[in-house]
Design a protein around this ligand. Structure first.
Ligand code: CAA
Length: 380
Protein backbone atom coordinates (compact mmCIF):
# COMPACT_ATOMS: atom_id res chain seq x y z
CA UNK A 1 0.00 0.00 0.00
CA UNK A 2 1.25 3.41 -0.94
CA UNK A 3 -0.46 6.18 0.97
CA UNK A 4 1.43 8.99 -0.73
CA UNK A 5 -1.32 11.49 -1.34
CA UNK A 6 -1.94 12.67 -4.90
CA UNK A 7 -2.01 16.36 -5.84
CA UNK A 8 -5.79 16.18 -5.89
CA UNK A 9 -5.98 14.56 -2.45
CA UNK A 10 -3.61 17.16 -1.01
CA UNK A 11 -5.81 19.92 -2.45
CA UNK A 12 -8.94 18.41 -0.89
CA UNK A 13 -7.20 18.05 2.45
CA UNK A 14 -6.08 21.69 2.29
CA UNK A 15 -9.54 22.90 1.22
CA UNK A 16 -11.13 21.11 4.19
CA UNK A 17 -8.46 22.48 6.55
CA UNK A 18 -9.00 26.05 5.29
CA UNK A 19 -12.77 25.73 5.52
CA UNK A 20 -12.52 24.37 9.06
CA UNK A 21 -10.17 27.17 10.18
CA UNK A 22 -11.96 30.02 8.45
CA UNK A 23 -15.61 29.02 8.62
CA UNK A 24 -16.07 26.39 11.32
CA UNK A 25 -13.72 27.62 14.05
CA UNK A 26 -15.44 31.00 14.50
CA UNK A 27 -18.56 30.31 16.54
CA UNK A 28 -17.83 26.65 17.29
CA UNK A 29 -18.07 27.20 21.06
CA UNK A 30 -21.33 29.15 20.74
CA UNK A 31 -22.84 26.54 18.42
CA UNK A 32 -21.96 23.86 20.97
CA UNK A 33 -23.60 25.89 23.75
CA UNK A 34 -26.74 26.78 21.83
CA UNK A 35 -27.03 23.44 20.01
CA UNK A 36 -27.29 25.14 16.65
CA UNK A 37 -25.71 24.83 13.22
CA UNK A 38 -26.59 27.48 10.64
CA UNK A 39 -27.88 26.20 7.32
CA UNK A 40 -25.50 28.63 5.52
CA UNK A 41 -22.56 26.52 6.72
CA UNK A 42 -24.15 23.36 5.30
CA UNK A 43 -24.64 25.20 2.00
CA UNK A 44 -20.99 26.29 1.98
CA UNK A 45 -19.88 22.70 2.55
CA UNK A 46 -22.12 21.75 -0.37
CA UNK A 47 -20.54 24.41 -2.58
CA UNK A 48 -17.10 23.00 -1.75
CA UNK A 49 -18.29 19.54 -2.79
CA UNK A 50 -18.14 18.02 0.71
CA UNK A 51 -21.75 16.78 0.82
CA UNK A 52 -21.51 14.28 -2.03
CA UNK A 53 -17.81 13.55 -2.22
CA UNK A 54 -17.99 9.97 -3.54
CA UNK A 55 -21.04 10.49 -5.76
CA UNK A 56 -20.56 10.33 -9.52
CA UNK A 57 -20.39 13.76 -11.15
CA UNK A 58 -23.39 12.92 -13.32
CA UNK A 59 -25.52 13.04 -10.14
CA UNK A 60 -23.95 16.28 -8.95
CA UNK A 61 -21.27 14.69 -6.77
CA UNK A 62 -17.53 15.31 -6.60
CA UNK A 63 -16.62 11.90 -8.07
CA UNK A 64 -13.84 11.30 -5.55
CA UNK A 65 -12.65 8.20 -3.72
CA UNK A 66 -13.08 7.17 -0.10
CA UNK A 67 -9.52 8.23 0.76
CA UNK A 68 -10.32 11.82 -0.27
CA UNK A 69 -13.48 11.63 1.81
CA UNK A 70 -11.62 10.52 4.96
CA UNK A 71 -9.01 13.23 4.45
CA UNK A 72 -11.77 15.85 4.43
CA UNK A 73 -13.52 14.21 7.38
CA UNK A 74 -10.34 14.30 9.45
CA UNK A 75 -9.74 18.00 8.78
CA UNK A 76 -13.34 19.05 9.50
CA UNK A 77 -13.40 16.94 12.68
CA UNK A 78 -10.20 18.57 13.96
CA UNK A 79 -12.32 21.67 14.49
CA UNK A 80 -16.00 20.76 14.59
CA UNK A 81 -17.28 17.19 14.94
CA UNK A 82 -20.87 18.44 14.75
CA UNK A 83 -20.25 19.61 11.20
CA UNK A 84 -18.43 16.44 10.24
CA UNK A 85 -21.18 14.08 11.40
CA UNK A 86 -23.62 15.87 9.09
CA UNK A 87 -21.13 15.40 6.27
CA UNK A 88 -20.56 11.76 7.18
CA UNK A 89 -24.21 10.74 7.38
CA UNK A 90 -25.07 12.53 4.14
CA UNK A 91 -22.08 11.07 2.27
CA UNK A 92 -21.64 7.54 3.45
CA UNK A 93 -25.08 6.51 4.60
CA UNK A 94 -27.53 8.49 2.48
CA UNK A 95 -25.75 9.30 -0.82
CA UNK A 96 -23.75 6.08 -0.99
CA UNK A 97 -26.82 3.97 -0.17
CA UNK A 98 -28.92 5.68 -2.84
CA UNK A 99 -26.23 5.67 -5.50
CA UNK A 100 -25.35 2.00 -4.94
CA UNK A 101 -28.82 0.51 -4.52
CA UNK A 102 -31.33 3.14 -5.71
CA UNK A 103 -33.20 3.11 -9.01
CA UNK A 104 -32.36 5.61 -11.72
CA UNK A 105 -35.56 7.52 -10.88
CA UNK A 106 -34.64 7.67 -7.18
CA UNK A 107 -31.17 8.95 -8.06
CA UNK A 108 -32.59 11.62 -10.38
CA UNK A 109 -35.17 12.70 -7.85
CA UNK A 110 -33.15 12.63 -4.62
CA UNK A 111 -29.45 11.96 -5.10
CA UNK A 112 -28.81 14.91 -7.41
CA UNK A 113 -30.02 17.33 -4.73
CA UNK A 114 -28.42 15.48 -1.81
CA UNK A 115 -25.00 15.30 -3.44
CA UNK A 116 -24.80 19.05 -3.98
CA UNK A 117 -25.93 19.89 -0.46
CA UNK A 118 -29.07 21.61 -1.76
CA UNK A 119 -30.83 19.32 0.71
CA UNK A 120 -29.48 16.82 3.21
CA UNK A 121 -30.56 13.37 4.28
CA UNK A 122 -30.91 11.19 7.37
CA UNK A 123 -30.49 7.46 7.96
CA UNK A 124 -33.13 5.99 10.25
CA UNK A 125 -32.38 2.58 11.73
CA UNK A 126 -32.22 2.97 15.53
CA UNK A 127 -35.36 2.62 17.61
CA UNK A 128 -36.17 2.85 21.32
CA UNK A 129 -35.73 -0.95 21.53
CA UNK A 130 -33.53 -1.63 18.50
CA UNK A 131 -30.15 0.04 18.77
CA UNK A 132 -27.38 -2.56 18.65
CA UNK A 133 -29.89 -5.35 18.01
CA UNK A 134 -30.86 -3.90 14.66
CA UNK A 135 -32.93 -6.85 13.42
CA UNK A 136 -35.49 -6.20 16.19
CA UNK A 137 -37.19 -3.47 14.18
CA UNK A 138 -40.61 -2.53 15.58
CA UNK A 139 -41.38 0.08 12.95
CA UNK A 140 -43.68 -1.52 10.39
CA UNK A 141 -44.08 -0.94 6.67
CA UNK A 142 -47.19 -2.88 5.70
CA UNK A 143 -47.56 -3.67 2.01
CA UNK A 144 -50.79 -2.07 0.73
CA UNK A 145 -50.32 -2.73 -2.97
CA UNK A 146 -49.11 0.54 -4.47
CA UNK A 147 -47.72 1.88 -1.18
CA UNK A 148 -46.42 0.92 2.26
CA UNK A 149 -48.15 2.08 5.42
CA UNK A 150 -45.39 3.16 7.78
CA UNK A 151 -45.86 3.20 11.58
CA UNK A 152 -43.35 3.49 14.38
CA UNK A 153 -40.68 5.59 16.06
CA UNK A 154 -37.00 6.14 15.25
CA UNK A 155 -34.53 7.47 17.81
CA UNK A 156 -31.34 9.59 17.88
CA UNK A 157 -31.57 10.48 14.21
CA UNK A 158 -28.72 12.69 13.00
CA UNK A 159 -29.97 15.56 10.76
CA UNK A 160 -33.41 14.67 12.18
CA UNK A 161 -35.07 18.04 11.56
CA UNK A 162 -32.87 19.68 8.93
CA UNK A 163 -33.07 16.71 6.54
CA UNK A 164 -35.53 16.62 3.65
CA UNK A 165 -34.99 12.95 2.74
CA UNK A 166 -35.02 10.05 5.21
CA UNK A 167 -33.94 6.48 4.53
CA UNK A 168 -36.16 4.54 6.93
CA UNK A 169 -35.66 0.88 7.82
CA UNK A 170 -38.91 -0.91 8.72
CA UNK A 171 -40.37 -4.36 9.01
CA UNK A 172 -42.82 -5.63 6.40
CA UNK A 173 -43.05 -9.31 7.34
CA UNK A 174 -42.35 -10.48 10.88
CA UNK A 175 -42.25 -14.17 9.87
CA UNK A 176 -39.27 -13.59 7.59
CA UNK A 177 -36.90 -12.23 10.26
CA UNK A 178 -34.20 -9.97 8.81
CA UNK A 179 -35.39 -10.85 5.29
CA UNK A 180 -38.76 -9.22 6.06
CA UNK A 181 -37.25 -5.72 6.46
CA UNK A 182 -37.37 -2.92 3.85
CA UNK A 183 -35.61 0.42 3.36
CA UNK A 184 -37.94 3.24 2.27
CA UNK A 185 -37.32 6.79 1.14
CA UNK A 186 -39.52 9.12 3.17
CA UNK A 187 -39.84 12.82 2.43
CA UNK A 188 -40.25 15.53 5.04
CA UNK A 189 -43.85 16.74 5.02
CA UNK A 190 -45.44 13.39 4.17
CA UNK A 191 -48.74 13.18 6.03
CA UNK A 192 -48.39 11.44 9.40
CA UNK A 193 -44.62 12.06 9.66
CA UNK A 194 -43.73 14.08 12.79
CA UNK A 195 -40.41 15.16 14.22
CA UNK A 196 -39.80 15.15 17.99
CA UNK A 197 -37.90 17.83 19.95
CA UNK A 198 -34.13 18.20 19.56
CA UNK A 199 -32.13 15.95 21.90
CA UNK A 200 -30.07 17.79 24.54
CA UNK A 201 -26.76 15.96 24.12
CA UNK A 202 -23.42 15.52 25.90
CA UNK A 203 -21.43 16.11 22.72
CA UNK A 204 -21.70 16.95 19.01
CA UNK A 205 -24.24 19.44 20.28
CA UNK A 206 -24.27 21.43 17.06
CA UNK A 207 -25.61 18.44 15.17
CA UNK A 208 -29.34 18.09 14.84
CA UNK A 209 -30.58 14.94 16.61
CA UNK A 210 -34.27 14.06 16.92
CA UNK A 211 -36.78 11.24 17.30
CA UNK A 212 -39.07 10.67 14.35
CA UNK A 213 -42.65 9.46 14.54
CA UNK A 214 -44.51 7.77 11.69
CA UNK A 215 -48.25 7.41 11.99
CA UNK A 216 -49.92 5.78 8.97
CA UNK A 217 -47.49 7.44 6.55
CA UNK A 218 -48.21 6.35 2.97
CA UNK A 219 -44.90 5.70 1.25
CA UNK A 220 -45.17 4.94 -2.49
CA UNK A 221 -43.84 1.54 -3.57
CA UNK A 222 -41.37 3.22 -5.93
CA UNK A 223 -39.65 4.63 -2.81
CA UNK A 224 -38.46 1.19 -1.68
CA UNK A 225 -34.70 0.70 -2.08
CA UNK A 226 -33.79 -2.63 -3.67
CA UNK A 227 -35.85 -5.81 -3.78
CA UNK A 228 -38.53 -6.63 -1.24
CA UNK A 229 -36.76 -7.75 1.97
CA UNK A 230 -33.41 -6.13 1.15
CA UNK A 231 -33.70 -3.49 3.90
CA UNK A 232 -31.56 -5.13 6.59
CA UNK A 233 -28.74 -5.96 4.20
CA UNK A 234 -29.02 -2.44 2.82
CA UNK A 235 -28.52 -1.10 6.36
CA UNK A 236 -25.57 -3.42 7.07
CA UNK A 237 -23.81 -2.73 3.79
CA UNK A 238 -24.33 1.00 4.14
CA UNK A 239 -23.12 1.03 7.74
CA UNK A 240 -19.99 -0.91 6.79
CA UNK A 241 -18.88 2.13 4.77
CA UNK A 242 -20.37 4.61 7.23
CA UNK A 243 -18.05 3.26 9.90
CA UNK A 244 -15.05 4.35 7.83
CA UNK A 245 -16.43 7.90 7.92
CA UNK A 246 -16.96 7.80 11.69
CA UNK A 247 -13.47 6.33 12.12
CA UNK A 248 -12.13 9.34 10.22
CA UNK A 249 -14.20 11.63 12.43
CA UNK A 250 -12.71 9.99 15.54
CA UNK A 251 -9.23 10.35 14.03
CA UNK A 252 -9.87 14.06 13.46
CA UNK A 253 -11.10 14.57 17.03
CA UNK A 254 -7.95 12.85 18.33
CA UNK A 255 -5.66 14.83 16.03
CA UNK A 256 -7.40 18.12 16.87
CA UNK A 257 -7.09 17.53 20.61
CA UNK A 258 -3.46 16.44 20.24
CA UNK A 259 -2.49 19.51 18.20
CA UNK A 260 -3.95 21.80 20.86
CA UNK A 261 -2.20 19.88 23.65
CA UNK A 262 1.13 19.98 21.80
CA UNK A 263 0.90 23.74 21.26
CA UNK A 264 -0.17 24.40 24.84
CA UNK A 265 2.61 22.25 26.28
CA UNK A 266 5.21 24.37 24.47
CA UNK A 267 3.73 27.63 25.82
CA UNK A 268 2.63 26.87 29.35
CA UNK A 269 5.34 27.07 31.98
CA UNK A 270 5.51 25.23 35.30
CA UNK A 271 8.46 24.68 37.62
CA UNK A 272 10.52 27.12 35.58
CA UNK A 273 10.15 25.57 32.13
CA UNK A 274 7.60 24.80 29.41
CA UNK A 275 5.57 21.80 30.52
CA UNK A 276 6.61 19.87 27.36
CA UNK A 277 10.05 19.67 28.96
CA UNK A 278 8.65 17.57 31.78
CA UNK A 279 8.79 13.91 30.90
CA UNK A 280 5.33 13.35 32.38
CA UNK A 281 3.92 15.55 29.61
CA UNK A 282 6.38 14.57 26.86
CA UNK A 283 5.49 10.88 27.28
CA UNK A 284 1.80 11.65 27.08
CA UNK A 285 2.45 13.47 23.79
CA UNK A 286 4.53 10.54 22.53
CA UNK A 287 1.71 8.09 23.28
CA UNK A 288 -0.88 10.33 21.66
CA UNK A 289 1.20 10.82 18.52
CA UNK A 290 1.88 7.09 18.15
CA UNK A 291 -1.72 6.02 18.64
CA UNK A 292 -3.05 8.68 16.28
CA UNK A 293 -0.68 7.50 13.55
CA UNK A 294 -1.76 3.89 14.13
CA UNK A 295 -5.42 4.96 13.92
CA UNK A 296 -4.70 6.93 10.74
CA UNK A 297 -3.14 3.85 9.14
CA UNK A 298 -6.24 1.79 9.94
CA UNK A 299 -8.54 4.51 8.59
CA UNK A 300 -6.54 4.89 5.38
CA UNK A 301 -6.37 1.12 4.94
CA UNK A 302 -10.13 0.72 5.20
CA UNK A 303 -10.65 3.59 2.74
CA UNK A 304 -8.08 1.98 0.43
CA UNK A 305 -9.92 -1.37 0.71
CA UNK A 306 -13.18 0.32 -0.28
CA UNK A 307 -11.57 2.18 -3.18
CA UNK A 308 -9.88 -0.98 -4.45
CA UNK A 309 -12.91 -3.25 -4.41
CA UNK A 310 -11.78 -5.28 -1.38
CA UNK A 311 -14.11 -6.27 1.42
CA UNK A 312 -14.01 -3.43 3.94
CA UNK A 313 -16.41 -4.63 6.63
CA UNK A 314 -13.56 -5.93 8.81
CA UNK A 315 -11.07 -3.12 8.18
CA UNK A 316 -13.80 -0.48 8.65
CA UNK A 317 -14.88 -2.02 11.96
CA UNK A 318 -11.27 -2.19 13.18
CA UNK A 319 -10.66 1.41 12.13
CA UNK A 320 -13.77 2.63 13.94
CA UNK A 321 -13.09 0.59 17.07
CA UNK A 322 -9.50 1.74 17.40
CA UNK A 323 -9.84 5.34 16.21
CA UNK A 324 -12.77 5.97 18.57
CA UNK A 325 -10.77 4.60 21.52
CA UNK A 326 -7.84 6.80 20.54
CA UNK A 327 -10.17 9.80 20.23
CA UNK A 328 -11.50 9.29 23.74
CA UNK A 329 -8.09 8.65 25.31
CA UNK A 330 -6.42 11.51 23.49
CA UNK A 331 -9.13 14.02 24.32
CA UNK A 332 -8.99 13.08 28.02
CA UNK A 333 -5.20 13.47 28.02
CA UNK A 334 -5.46 16.78 26.17
CA UNK A 335 -7.72 18.09 28.96
CA UNK A 336 -5.21 16.78 31.53
CA UNK A 337 -2.30 18.52 29.81
CA UNK A 338 -4.28 21.78 29.79
CA UNK A 339 -4.91 21.41 33.55
CA UNK A 340 -7.45 23.95 34.86
CA UNK A 341 -7.63 25.61 31.46
CA UNK A 342 -8.68 22.30 29.95
CA UNK A 343 -11.81 22.42 32.06
CA UNK A 344 -13.05 25.68 30.59
CA UNK A 345 -14.72 25.99 27.22
CA UNK A 346 -12.41 28.62 25.67
CA UNK A 347 -9.63 26.08 25.25
CA UNK A 348 -11.76 23.69 23.13
CA UNK A 349 -10.36 20.43 24.55
CA UNK A 350 -13.29 19.80 26.92
CA UNK A 351 -15.55 19.89 23.82
CA UNK A 352 -13.31 17.34 22.08
CA UNK A 353 -13.64 15.13 25.16
CA UNK A 354 -17.44 15.32 25.06
CA UNK A 355 -17.57 14.91 21.27
CA UNK A 356 -15.23 11.90 21.28
CA UNK A 357 -17.63 9.77 23.31
CA UNK A 358 -20.25 9.39 20.59
CA UNK A 359 -17.71 7.88 18.19
CA UNK A 360 -17.67 4.83 20.48
CA UNK A 361 -21.46 4.60 20.26
CA UNK A 362 -23.02 5.58 16.93
CA UNK A 363 -22.93 3.55 13.72
CA UNK A 364 -22.34 0.54 15.94
CA UNK A 365 -20.93 0.66 19.49
CA UNK A 366 -17.40 -0.55 20.20
CA UNK A 367 -18.95 -3.79 21.43
CA UNK A 368 -20.76 -4.21 18.08
CA UNK A 369 -17.49 -3.59 16.21
CA UNK A 370 -15.96 -6.39 18.29
CA UNK A 371 -18.83 -8.69 17.24
CA UNK A 372 -18.18 -7.81 13.58
CA UNK A 373 -14.40 -8.28 13.96
CA UNK A 374 -14.57 -11.50 15.98
CA UNK A 375 -17.14 -13.09 13.64
CA UNK A 376 -14.95 -12.22 10.70
CA UNK A 377 -11.74 -13.66 12.13
CA UNK A 378 -13.49 -16.74 13.50
CA UNK A 379 -15.17 -17.64 10.22
CA UNK A 380 -12.10 -17.09 8.03
N1 CAA B 1 -22.80 -6.73 4.77
C1 CAA B 1 -23.74 -7.50 4.16
N2 CAA B 1 -24.59 -8.33 4.83
C2 CAA B 1 -24.47 -8.36 6.16
C3 CAA B 1 -23.52 -7.60 6.87
C4 CAA B 1 -22.67 -6.76 6.11
N3 CAA B 1 -21.74 -5.98 6.71
N4 CAA B 1 -23.67 -7.86 8.18
C5 CAA B 1 -24.68 -8.75 8.30
N5 CAA B 1 -25.15 -9.06 7.08
C6 CAA B 1 -26.21 -10.00 6.73
C7 CAA B 1 -25.86 -11.42 7.16
O1 CAA B 1 -25.09 -12.09 6.17
C8 CAA B 1 -27.22 -12.06 7.33
O2 CAA B 1 -27.76 -12.41 6.08
P1 CAA B 1 -27.98 -13.98 5.67
O3 CAA B 1 -28.85 -14.58 6.74
O4 CAA B 1 -28.65 -13.89 4.34
O5 CAA B 1 -26.62 -14.58 5.62
C9 CAA B 1 -28.06 -10.89 7.85
O6 CAA B 1 -27.40 -9.67 7.45
C10 CAA B 1 -28.24 -10.91 9.35
O7 CAA B 1 -26.93 -10.88 9.90
P2 CAA B 1 -26.61 -11.41 11.36
O8 CAA B 1 -27.20 -12.77 11.57
O9 CAA B 1 -25.14 -11.27 11.57
O10 CAA B 1 -27.43 -10.38 12.25
P3 CAA B 1 -27.38 -10.08 13.79
O11 CAA B 1 -28.75 -9.93 14.30
O12 CAA B 1 -26.48 -11.09 14.49
O13 CAA B 1 -26.73 -8.59 13.85
C11 CAA B 1 -25.00 -6.98 13.95
C12 CAA B 1 -25.50 -8.31 13.37
C13 CAA B 1 -23.61 -6.79 13.35
C14 CAA B 1 -24.90 -7.02 15.46
C15 CAA B 1 -25.96 -5.83 13.49
O14 CAA B 1 -27.22 -5.94 14.11
C16 CAA B 1 -25.39 -4.47 13.74
O15 CAA B 1 -24.54 -3.98 12.99
N6 CAA B 1 -25.88 -3.75 14.78
C17 CAA B 1 -25.51 -2.37 15.03
C18 CAA B 1 -26.42 -1.43 14.32
C19 CAA B 1 -25.83 -0.07 14.17
O16 CAA B 1 -24.71 0.11 13.72
N7 CAA B 1 -26.62 0.96 14.49
C20 CAA B 1 -26.21 2.28 14.30
C21 CAA B 1 -27.38 3.14 13.95
S1 CAA B 1 -27.15 4.17 12.58
C22 CAA B 1 -26.40 5.58 13.14
O17 CAA B 1 -25.84 5.64 14.20
C23 CAA B 1 -26.42 6.67 12.16
C24 CAA B 1 -26.28 8.05 12.65
O18 CAA B 1 -27.24 8.80 12.68
C25 CAA B 1 -24.92 8.55 12.97
Amino acid sequence: MDFTLSEEQLMIQQAAKDFAQNELLPGVIERDETQTFPWELVQKMGELGFMGMMVNEKYGGSGLGTLSYVLAMEELSKIDASASVMVSVNNSLVCWGLETYGTEEQKEKYLTRLATGEIIGAFCLSEPEAGSDATSQKTTAIDKGDHYLLNGTKNWITNGNIAEVYLVIARTDREKGHRGINALIVEKGMEGFDIGPKENKLGIRGSDTHSLMFNDVKVPKENRIGEDGFGFKFAMKTLAGGRIGIAAQALGIAAGAYELALKYSKERKAFGTEIANHQAIAFKLADMHTKIQAARNLVYQSAWDKDNGNDYTLSGAMAKLYASEVAMETAIEAVQIHGGNGFVKDYHVERFMRDAKITQIYEGTSEIQKIVISRSILTD
